[in-house]
Design a protein around this ligand. Structure first.
Ligand code: ADP
Length: 304
């Protein structure tokens, strides 16, 4: 029995259904993780999502969708005169997908306007998950307040997990992104970076170096992902481990590979699985997710 909470921005997703038709869905990195965690964690765990939405119909439809998927929405703050962000997936002539975003004014950017609300939201959670995107969308000065609230929750005993999820376009500058990711990681017990992004930004020579850098910031556990390559894990007690990936012959859509990976690892650890088993569950889930279209793939988590 326990309580899992993911924090960030869920958006309306419009994906091309051919010609000028678009299908409406809802997705966003930490929301995707909550969605998978809901399917992996036992029924006596609550899985909540923490964000701000507006009071309009689109916001209400998002909340209804979350609730229908078993995700607790009672802590979500409603902001009058604001609405949720939107992105559109268009198909290029060569079959590649291209993404356009309208999220600059979204209600989720206002998560630190009411710190009492934020502290209340984080209270009594066993595991709290956030990402580099969660931080990037906040106004620069708010990021510190946000991490402060997480640090207080951690002090009260919550396990805090951080997926670095680099999105250079969301940050004001490369330096701001480096500083923001470092601050986020300092707040976390578990850090989930991807080696290709880390080596580009921080110049890490090896996945072990990435793990070491985040361990030095105070994380107990760092799992460095490498797409189809092996996972490098560094943990305080276990030391360094390498976990092989699950071979996939036909990748359909890599959207939410990292998000589902986070759900697999965190729910495994929350349920008390040994680290290697939790990591194997994460890699197995991510491998199934990339063989299905879209961010939320029910087939990847269907009961056996
Ligand atoms: P992110 O999406 O966060 O950048 P990765 O692309 O490294 O992260 O992928 C996350 C996880 O998804 C990997 O650790 C791995 O388990 C799985 N994965 C991604 N791509 C593949 C692939 N081609 N084959 C098998 N597993 C994959």
């Amino acid at each position: 029995m326990g309580a899992f909470l993911a924090l960030g921005e869920c958006m309306v997703e419009l994906s091309s259904a051919g010609g000028d038709l678009y299908r409406r869905g809802f997705a966003g990195d930490t929301f995707n993780t909550a969605w998978y965690a809901r399917r992996l964690l036992p029924a006596d765990w609550t899985v909540g999502y923490g964000t701000c939405v507006g009071e309009d119909k689109a916001s209400q439809e998002m909340l209804d969708f979350m609730a229908a998927e078993g995700i607790e929405t009672s802590g979500i703050r409603r902001v009058p005169d604001a609405t949720v962000g939107l992105y559109m997936i268009s198909l290029e002539e060569n079959g590649e997908r291209s993404f356009s975003y309208w999220r600059g004014q979204s209600a989720a950017r206002r998560m630190t306007e009411d710190l009492k609300w934020l502290d209340g939201l984080l209270k009594d959670r066993d595991m709290i998950h956030f990402s580099g995107i969660t931080l990037a969308i906040l106004p620069p000065k708010s990021r510190e307040f946000f991490c402060g609230a997480l640090a207080r929750a951690r002090q009260r005993g919550a396990i805090v997990a951080f997926d670095t999820n680099l999105r250079p376009k969301l940050w004001e500058s490369r330096e701001a992104m480096k500083a923001g990711l470092t601050m986020g990681a300092r707040t976390a017990d578990i850090v989930l970076p991807s080696f290709d992004e880390e080596t580009e930004l921080f110049g890490d020579a090896t996945p072990e170096a990435t793990a070491e850098r985040y361990r030095k910031l105070g994380a107990d556990l760092v799992a460095v992902k490498q797409g189809p390559g092996a996972l490098t894990v560094s943990q305080r007690e276990a030391g360094l481990l390498t976990v092989p990936s699950v071979p996939v012959t036909k990748v359909v859509d890599t959207t939410a590979a990292g998000d589902s990976f986070a759900a697999g690892l965190l729910s495994g650890l929350a349920m008390g699985l040994p680290l290697e088993e939790a990591a194997a569950q994460a890699m197995g889930l991510a491998a199934r997710v990339i063989q299905a279209p879209g961010a939320l793939a029910p087939s990847a988590v269907a009961p056996a």
